[in-house]
Design a protein around this ligand. Structure first.
Ligand code: ADP
Ligand code: MG
Length: 271
């Protein structure tokens, strides 16, 4: 069997706030295979962003190990890990410096990780922008001058700038309207194929994952309750909580509507 790109082994995160313990992530284990898109879904507060933040090393786990290519990631990530694992957040403005041009932000990522010859980096920035469907001239613009969808494209370009392998996307399309959302999802699919990337795609909205994920990990209150292929999650969900989430997804075809009825009965029976 091939080694997973990333593994979480019995990972937990407990926060203490106002003297009370919150088990944000509770003894979670799963593998991510190179080249796949694993979706993480669950309602708000189910621990999704906490998982993203632990994978990125933004804060340490309380217990368990996070392995990258079989080796435990150190609490203080090395440059090689910070290059290989990238985060795209819901609000790109929070990660783009408003005082820097878009080109300068992308250029900085190339400089930090020493990507390409110095003299060719400005050119490379233009190519990166074109790769995410933006004109190279956007290099000189400030983040504030862009629409939400364009900014998210820039955030994706920055995540790709340093030739990352694993991109953790935390609600990357949740702030965008439906049409823009569809275009960004299409772009993400194309980039994954072209670059052979691995995605962890986090969303509270199960309907978004249908066209992007290979497998879906379902979280309820910090616990992993189901990990199935996308097909299984939509046609034969195993856990009552998954069935409830499916019940909230807009119906697309008559076939699905019929199936939905059967799933709901199953859900009632197990409630
Ligand atoms: P999600 O991304 O699924 O909405 P989060 O991972 O953000 O969920 O949060 C999971 C739980 O952990 C929630 O109960 C949240 O209030 C709590 N939590 C998250 N971050 C912190 C923090 N920095 N301090 C205290 N509690 C936190
Ligand atoms: Mg979140």
């Amino acid at each position: 069997m091939t080694q997973p790109l990333l593994s979480l082994v019995s990972v937990s995160k407990t926060f203490t706030s106002a003297g009370r313990k919150v088990h944000a992530v509770d003894n979670v284990s799963f593998d991510v295979t190179a080249g796949e898109c694993l979706a993480i879904v669950g309602e708000s507060g189910s621990g999704k962003s906490t998982i993203a933040n632990m994978i990125l090393g933004i804060y340490p786990q309380t217990a368990g190990d996070i392995l990258f290519r079989g080796d435990p990631l150190p609490a203080r990530r090395e440059l090689v890990h910070r290059r290989a694992i990238q985060l795209v957040q819901q609000n790109p403005l929070s990660s783009l410096n408003p005082k820097r041009s878009i080109g300068a932000s992308l250029r900085l990522a190339l400089d930090v990780h020493g990507i390409g010859e110095r003299s060719g980096r400005w050119n490379r920035v233009g190519k990166l922008l074109e790769e995410v469907g933006l004109p190279a001239e956007f290099r000189s613009r400030s983040p504030a001058a862009l629409s939400g969808g364009q900014r998210q494209r820039v955030a994706i370009a920055r995540a790709l700038a340093c030739q990352s392998e694993l991109v953790v996307l935390d609600e990357p399309t949740s702030a965008l309207d439906v049409l823009v959302q569809a275009r960004v999802l299409k772009l993400l699919n194309e980039l994954r194929q072209k670059r052979g990337l691995t995605y962890i795609f986090i969303t509270h909205d199960l309907s978004v994952v249908r066209n992007i994920a290979d497998r879906v990990a379902v979280f309820e209150k910090g616990k992993l309750v189901e990990l199935s292929s996308t097909e299984t999650v939509f046609t034969n969900p195993q856990h009552p909580y998954t069935r409830r989430l499916i019940g909230a997804v807009p119906v697309v075809t008559a076939e699905e509507a019929a199936l939905r009825g059967r799933l709901m009965e199953k859900s009632d029976a197990s409630a």
